[in-house]
Design a protein around this ligand. Sequence first.
Ligand code: ZN
Length: 230
Amino acid sequence: MNIDPNSLNDSQYSLNATSIILILIFLVLPALSGCGLFIPEPYGAISPGIGLSQIDGKTLFIPKNAPSILNGFNSSKNKQKYGQPASGHNGIDIIAKIGTPVIAPANGKVTSSFLGPAYGNTLTIFHGKGPDGFYILTQYHHMNKRLVQTGDIVVRGQQIGELGRTGVLAGGILHLHFETLGTKKPEKGGYTPLNPHRFWYGGPGNITCFDSKKKWDDTSFKATYPVVCK
Ligand SMILES: [Zn+2]
């Protein structure tokens, strides 16, 4: 039996296109995002999810001009003071366009800068002493480019890389995985992931965008957002 391609009507085509779009929305995109979350608005949004948008029972504040957060620090222990995750997601995932500047959240020294298969372009910065006696490292994964090298001194607001999706664990999603780690005995190592929302310049849960015109107090680690705000 011959099928005349011209006999396929518009509704058959549109049904197929609709099916593909539905499959993308309901199956493929949630799978790629890791936690089955939908990608939120590009700015000023935090994806809903258990423990992801609150700290100590308070709703997180994100400025309207800050690139949105897709995945949070995922821990059933999020209510604990510093919320070390037993398993799950050790940082926050900030979504933005490829090439968006990734900026140092505070003064520090770069302790590693490399391209790895899982996490892609990765940087680690040591920031010295933070609140409550913790010595702090910050880590950046999946960047499109690294713009600093091991040993470099960086200052708050300095561009250190570009947002991207390198490394297989990026899952093809453009985002910056930003992590804060702390130890009370840096000479012994033992850094463990801490909830990044603890350390914002404006206080716990109060995401704070960098502003080059503002004078910042850099006596102790207090983070500004690691991605440039619009
Ligand atoms: Zn992540």
